[in-house]
Every structure is written in structure tokens, then in C-alpha cells.
Design a protein around this ligand. Structure first.
Ligand code: SF4
Length: 605
């Protein structure tokens, strides 16, 4: 099939062996790229391994849209067996490294084994070296990028980890371009476990396309259309921070470890404040919707803010000063820690302290304590040790019912939306294929604007539809979903792009089928690797069922467990999964995954 380089680069850090392999036509046809490639490769190659052992592999995977001159197409997916959840883990990241990898002639990079000493990969077109990184080990992600750019030039794609990843904090991420982050379920820790500090890529080739002239024309039209959208200027002003005020108004801002959905200090840190405070904006390559808001933090340094990191490091820990939030965010980026999980861990510790479950005093909104906690978590010292493996693990250590307010699903901390009064979004978090993340089905906006309190079939169908589009198509194509989500850029453009790239005609039904295949395989991966499985894995935390909001217009509201249960049953039925959430043989076969059911046969009959 056209439009792919057709090559996979495999580097074994234990043996030093480097190999180039062909990607099969079936892989391209059936899994499209990005997440699709990653889950198929993990399914085939990474079975029953310790995620932090040299037997795990980390996959850097692009899609057919990656690197083409198309709106927001500068993305790649980083995937591995997750050390945070024990299941399938991935994240997308906007980075020049994605574009350079394809220009160097590869669609996919797999790194396996473990280097005997700190190293980084240097890929320059066909040349691949494992270079010494002893001088980089211990350095922040920002310093690391500066040094590597100084050494290898500005026109370089760099993916790197901070000390958090080196020390294998289970929610360490991979960073790029001083603010882009990817791989929430511990992809940075997997790199750290391999002594892999960074991947540096320089490619000078041309990314293939079946009809380059047509593609150029479509790309220009796409960029122009996005700029002409009514919501474009508003988006450029605030980016995802436009969600902050909206969440507060609708009682879904994560506040005091998701106890509440409204924050009494929200006006001091909302999108309007960001507009007045920002000094610059930043974003991913090939994007004309640059959504990173750069503000000066309380130490006068640049920090890149979006809604998730402000929500989690602001209201969720009771911190009301935006510049202080920005400083915590910059620290997280420098240490290479996921800001969502970090905010959840700090909020969890503050609540544990308030309840007297830990001897240390860590009060809500205590900025100095939060700074110290980030360093302690990054090093795995002091109180940081308790949340080093996330809030699920911390609640198992503390006990005393703390699992009820450890805000996670399947081990991954929940993104910044409180769902006491949003059953559809709760279902979306609970069935997200990497643990609680918003990227697959951000149904909350649709839910609040339609029938917020219902647990009906339409809502379940909407969650599945969004999972197909966002989690199936966008993650595999691989391209940012935000032009569609935020400024209503038309979905009809994407089959046109794929046709100009591959030469094949696509309909959205084809993407849905690919999405369902990917979803079934991600679910199978979880079940195989976890060994045990039950529908309890698809539940949000007890807090949302048991403790109603005490403030705001949703005062007194909480989720209804019985109705949620019915909604989950319907979700399984519509997906063709059994009532434990295991895909049936029929579901596997309908999505062309015949061999997969054999590996799970003892489980689903
Ligand atoms: S909209 Fe934001 S996240 Fe998406 S590609 Fe552009 S800068 Fe990156």
C-alpha cells in the first residue's frame, strides 16, 4: 500500500543489534498505523513480561498522516506494556521526532532489551547509533534537549525522559520540545528501565504519498478552512483553557481530590486570566491551532499550560495562584512526570493528611509542600515513595477505605473532569482502553448539552461512537483530533486525505471497523496480561457513587450505581462483549481477530 515508508526499525539495547524490517500489507490494511500498529505488535511480541524488565518493548509508532502537510499531523503514538496499570498503555505526542522518523524512512521504531549503561539512540536517515548518555543521566528534560540540540543541531526531533523516568516513577512520561508530553501510563519509566535517556532523529527524505499534488491541495484547503472557523480566534486565545470556566459552571472541575466540581477561587485562574497573562503560545508541528499557553511562572520562568494541568495542579490540590500552578507544571515537565497523575497523587496525599491517615501534614493549597512532593516523587523519597506507583498503589498501602477516593480506573489516574453528575463521561473514563483518560471519548460536552442526568442507550452509543472516531481513527491515522473537536473541522476531510496518501478509497465505516478491531485487541491484551478480569475493572471510583457534591448547582448529586451498571451492560452488549467485559469469539471473528480468541478461549468460552 502506498503512503507508508513500509519499514520498521528495531533496536535491541542488550545486544546492540539494529535491524530494519518490512511492515506487512495486512498490518497496514487492518490496523492503519499509530495505536493500531502498536497494539498488534505488543500483542504478538510482548507477552506476560514485567513491564520494567528488559523483556518489555517500547514502540514509537506513526500513522499514514504523520508528517504530511496536513492540519495537526505532527503526532506519533508511544506504547508499551504499562508499569502503572499492567495493561496496554499508550499516549500520543506532537513532536518533530515523528516527522523526522518518517523522513528517515521508518513508520515504526521498536526499542527492546536494556542498555548496560545510560544511552541515547541517534537515528540519522539510514544510520543508527547507540550513543553514551552518561553525561545526560540525571538532567532535566529541558537541559537534555538543549544539550542534544547543541550536539546534533536544531533541525532534529528529540524524545527524552527526565529524572522521573530514570527513577521509574510509574507515571513518568516521554517529553519533547519542552512542553509536549506523551505516554501517561509510564512510558517514560519504560525508557528509564532500559537506560534509554533519549531518541534523537534526523531524517531528510520525502514522506511518500500516492498523489502528492492532490495532498498538497487538500492540505492547504484544510488549513484555510480551520482558520476561517468562527471558533478559531477564541481557541487561539485560550486553547483548552476555555474548558476551565465551563467546567466550573457545570460542576465538573476536579476540586479537592474530586470531592467537588466547583472551585471558590476559579475566577483567579480561568481562561480569561490566561489570556491576560500569557506571553507566548506553542504547540505541535504542522498545526495552525497552537494550543500551549506560555506564561511566566512564579519564578519568572516559562511554563506551558493547558486545561488538564491547570485543573489537576490547581483546584484539585486547592491551589489558587495561576503562576504557582505554572511553576508546579514546569517542574513536572522538567522531571518528566505526567501532570494529571501528579495532581491526583498530591490531592490524594492532601486528603490522606486531612483525614489523619498519614502522619505528615500536607494541607490543601500548600504550594511549598507541593513543590517538595514533586521532588520527593521524582526521587522516590519521603512521602513521595507512597505515591511513586500512583494512587491505586498508595491506597493499597494505606488501606482504611482510601481506595474509595483514590481517583483512578485500572490504575491510571482520572483526567480533569469530575463525573458525580456526568454518567456518560464516567462510562467513558471507566472503559477507556488505557485506564481513565479523556482522549478516547470526551463525551462530557455533548452530555451536558443534551440529557445530562440520563443513563440511556443514546449515551452509551455516543461513547462508543467517540471511541471509534477518537480512539480508533485519530490515534491510528495518526493526527490530532482537536481541529474536529474544537473548531468543527469536517470529518469528511479524512477519507480524502487517506485516499490521496494511500491511493485507496475509504469510508468512515471502514475506520469504524478498524477502530473496533483495535478496541477488541486492546481489551484482549489487558485480559491476557492481567490474567484475571471482571466487570469491576470498568467502574469509576466509589467516591462518585457515594459522596454527593456539597456545593454548587449540582449539590446533592452523585452517580447511581444500579443505573451505571445497566449502562455498562448495554455498553458490553453493543460492543459484542460478554457481561464480564470480555470480547466474545463472535466479536473477535467479526473484526478479523480469529487467532486472538484462541489465546483467551479458556476465559470466554
Ligand atoms: S491542537 Fe494543540 S495538541 Fe493538537 S496538534 Fe495543535 S498544538 Fe498539538
Amino acid at each position: 500500500m502506498k503512503g507508508y515508508t513500509g519499514k520498521l526499525l528495531r533496536v535491541n539495547l542488550s545486544s546492540g543489534k539494529v535491524a530494519t524490517e518490512e511492515l506487512s500489507e495486512e498490518l497496514k490494511r487492518d490496523f492503519l498505523g499509530g495505536r493500531g500498529f502498536a497494539v498488534k505488535l505488543l500483542w504478538d511480541e510482548v507477552k506476560h513480561v514485567d513491564p520494567l524488565s528488559e523483556n518489555n518493548k517500547i514502540i514509537f509508532s506513526t500513522g499514514p498522516l504523520t508528517g504530511q502537510a496536513l492540519p495537526s499531523a505532527g503526532k506519533m503514538v508511544i506504547a508499551s506494556k504499562s508499569p502503572l496499570t499492567g495493561g496496554y498503555g499508550d499516549g500520543n505526542i506532537g513532536t518533530m521526532a515523528a516527522i523526522h522518523l518518517r523522513r528517515a524512512g521508518y513508520d515504526v521504531l521498536i526499542v527492546e532489551g536494556k542498555s548496560p549503561k545510560p544511552c541515547y539512540l541517534l537515528i540519522e536517515d539510514g544510520s543508527v547509533k547507540i550513543a553514551d548518555a552518561s553525561d545526560l543521566w540525571g538532567k532535566s528534560t529541558f537541559e537534555t534537549e538543549d544539550i542534544l540540540q547543541g550536539r546534533h543541531g536544531k533541525n532534529t526531533g528529540i524524545l527524552d525522559i527526565g529524572p522521573g523516568g530514570e527513577n521509574q516513577v510509574r507515571f513518568a512520561v516521554v517529553m519533547s520540545q519542552k512542553g509536549r508530553a506523551g505516554g501517561r501510563p509510564g512510558m517514560g519509566a519504560v525508557m528509564g528501565s532500559k537506560n534509554l535517556k533519549a531518541v534523537v532523529v534526523k531524517g531528510t527524505g520525502t514522506i511518500p504519498a500516492a498523489d502528492p499534488n492532490k495532498l498538497r491541495e487538500l492540505g492547504k484547503k484544510g488549513y484555510d478552512e480551520i482558520k476561517a472557523k468562527d471558533k478559531y480566534d477564541w481557541w487561539i486565545g485560550q486553547g483548552t483553557m476555555q474548558a476551565f470556566d465551563w467546567c466550573n459552571e457545570n460542576s465538573c472541575l476536579p476540586t479537592y481530590n474530586y470531592r467537588e466540581g466547583v472551585f471558590e477561587h476559579s475566577k483567579g485562574m480561568d481562561g480569561e486570566v490566561v489570556i491576560k497573562t500569557k506571553v507566548d503560545r506553542k504547540g505541535c508541528p504542522l498545526c495552525n491551532m497552537q494550543c500551549g499557553n506560555i506564561i511566566e511562572d512564579s519564578a519568572g520562568l516559562r511554563s506551558e499550560l493547558d486545561y488538564e494541568n491547570v485543573g489537576m495542579l490547581g483546584p484539585n490540590i486547592g491551589l489558587k495562584d495561576l503562576r504557582q500552578v505554572a511553576l508546579l507544571n514546569r517542574m513536572a515537565d522538567e522531571w518528566g512526570l505526567d501532570t494529571i497523575s501528579l495532581g491526583s497523587c498530591i490531592g490524594f496525599l492532601m486528603e490522606a493528611s486531612e483525614k489523619g491517615l498519614i502522619p505528615e501534614k500536607v494541607s490543601w493549597g500548600d504550594f511549598e509542600a507541593a513543590q517538595k512532593l514533586i521532588v520527593d516523587i521524582g526521587k522516590g523519597e519521603g512521602l513521595g515513595k507512597l505515591v511513586f506507583c500512583g494512587v491505586r498503589s498508595a491506597s493499597e498501602i494505606i488501606g482504611k477505605g482510601s481506595h474509595r477516593w483514590a481517583m483512578q480506573v485500572k490504575g491510571l489516574e482520572i483526567s480533569a473532569y469530575n463525573c458525580h453528575a456526568c454518567p456518560g463521561m464516567a462510562l467513558s473514563f471507566a472503559t477507556s482502553p488505557i485506564g481513565a483518560h479523556h482522549k478516547d471519548a470526551w463525551v462530557i460536552s455533548w452530555e451536558i448539552s443534551t440529557d445530562r442526568f440520563s443513563y440511556n442507550k443514546e449515551k452509551v452509543q455516543k461513547v462508543i461512537e467517540l471511541q471509534r472516531i477518537r480512539g480508533g481513527f485519530f490515534e491510528s491515522a495518526t493526527v490530532c483530533r482537536l481541529p474536529w473537536v474544537e473548531v468543527s473541522f469536517g470529518l469528511q476531510s479524512y477519507p480524502e486525505y487517506l485516499e490521496a496518501i494511500t491511493g485507496n478509497a475509504y469510508r468512515w465505516e471502514d475506520f469504524y471497523q478498524i477502530g473496533d478491531r483495535i478496541y477488541n485487541l486492546m481489551r484482549a491484551y489487558w485480559i491476557r496480561e492481567k490474567g484475571t478480569w471482571s466487570r469491576q475493572m470498568d467502574y469509576p471510583p466509589d467516591r462518585w457513587f457515594e459522596e454527593p457534591h456539597s456545593q454548587g448547582k449540582m449539590k446533592g448529586v452523585k452517580l447511581d450505581r444500579g443505573k451505571y451498571d445497566q449502562m455498562l451492560s448495554l455498553y458490553y452488549e453493543l460492543r459484542g462483549w460478554d457481561q464480564n467485559g470480555v470480547p466474545t469469539i463472535d466479536a473477535f471473528e467479526k473484526t478479523g481477530l480469529k487467532g486472538v480468541s484462541k489465546e483467551l478461549i479458556g476465559r470466554n468460552g
